[in-house]
Write a protein that binds this ligand. Structure first.
Ligand SMILES: C[S@@+](CC[C@H](N)C(=O)[O-])C[C@H]1O[C@@H](n2cnc3c(N)ncnc32)[C@H](O)[C@@H]1O
Length: 277
């Protein structure tokens, strides 16, 4: 059975998260994304290890989706591990999908779309892998209900996402500059657990970890976020150009979060979810 419904999404719906703007940020970053994406690779590798540990004994993984596949770094790994499976690369950004195409991975198809409006047939997927994407969902419950529907009986999904506390140092530092939002907010673990409880998964495992990245100065911090396309701030039209004065104020605001070696800390609270239908 084909995994995609015949009426594939043509337009990206505009909801309270401006999906078009999110897509543009990621598209702008697509070409150089891999250069900046060490955290995403580390988290994704951990998520992939969970998949391999659980699924290597299974012979019946036919249909896989890499949800929010980005440049396809993990699609390629999934394809070499599950070499007889069909993998759909799914992403909001057409430019990201173009990057995946350059990898010439076997057995993949491409689908541009939105995690809040999944185009997959009911009961059509064995495995959904999604590394650091669902934090861009407008409504996690809607997204997860669709994920659940798309999975076959006993199909599994593996997600990583970010929790509140992520980018806290930068959020605090910006508060010393002005009162505008400069970072997005992230869901709490409690909210994620409550949301998962509303979706009829038969089994759910959640683990969390804190990762801290270190930078030389605020320019590097901002460059790193822009480099992976994660610089779109919801409800904020365009990012102001950061003049010298603002950067100076931001660096001053960052003072409480500088370690003994003079490095700027940036925290990521990561959540890993394995759920079985
Ligand atoms: C942080 S990147 C992760 C990419 C890839 N999973 C990885 O680990 O390298 C997030 C990806 O999610 C995609 N994305 C963001 N919002 C999305 C949405 N609403 N629907 C589908 N994809 C989305 C972005 O275009 C981007 O490629």
């Amino acid at each position: 059975m084909p995994t995609l419904m015949p009426t594939q999404m043509k337009n990206i719906p505009t909801q309270s998260i401006n999906k078009q703007a999110v897509a543009e940020s990621f598209s702008k970053a697509a070409k150089h994304y891999d250069h900046f994406a060490q955290l995403q690779r580390d988290v994704g590798d951990q998520l992939l290890n969970m998949v391999i540990k659980d699924e290597s004994h299974s012979f019946a993984i036919n249909d896989i989706v890499d949800l929010g596949c980005g440049t396809g770094y993990f699609t390629e790994k999934l394809s070499s591990h599950f070499c007889h499976s069909n993998i759909t690369c799914f992403d909001l950004s057409a430019t990201m999908l173009d990057q995946v195409k350059k990898r010439h991975i076997n057995n993949v198809t491409f689908q541009q779309g939105d995690i809040d409006n999944l185009p997959f047939h009911e009961n059509s997927l064995d495995l959904i892998y999604s590394n650091l994407v669902v934090q861009w969902s407008d409504n996690l419950e809607v997204c997860l209900q669709q994920v659940h529907k798309s999975l076959k009986a006993e199909g599994r999904c593996y997600f990583s996402t970010l929790l509140n506390g992520t980018l806290d140092e930068l959020t605090q530092a910006w508060k010393q500059v002005d009162q505008n939002p400069h970072t997005n907010s992230f869901l709490s673990l409690k909210h994620i657990k409550e949301t998962l409880a509303k979706v009829p998964f038969s089994q759910v495992n959640i683990t969390t970890e804190r990762r801290v990245l270190y930078y030389e100065n605020v320019i590097e911090v901002m460059r790193a976020l822009k480099g992976v396309g994660a610089n779109h701030v919801h409800g904020h039209h365009s990012l102001q150009r950061l003049g010298r004065q603002i950067l100076k104020q931001l660096q001053a605001g960052y003072q409480p979060f500088i370690d003994e070696q003079g490095r700027l800390k940036l925290t990521y609270q990561v959540c890993y979810i394995e759920a079985t239908k």
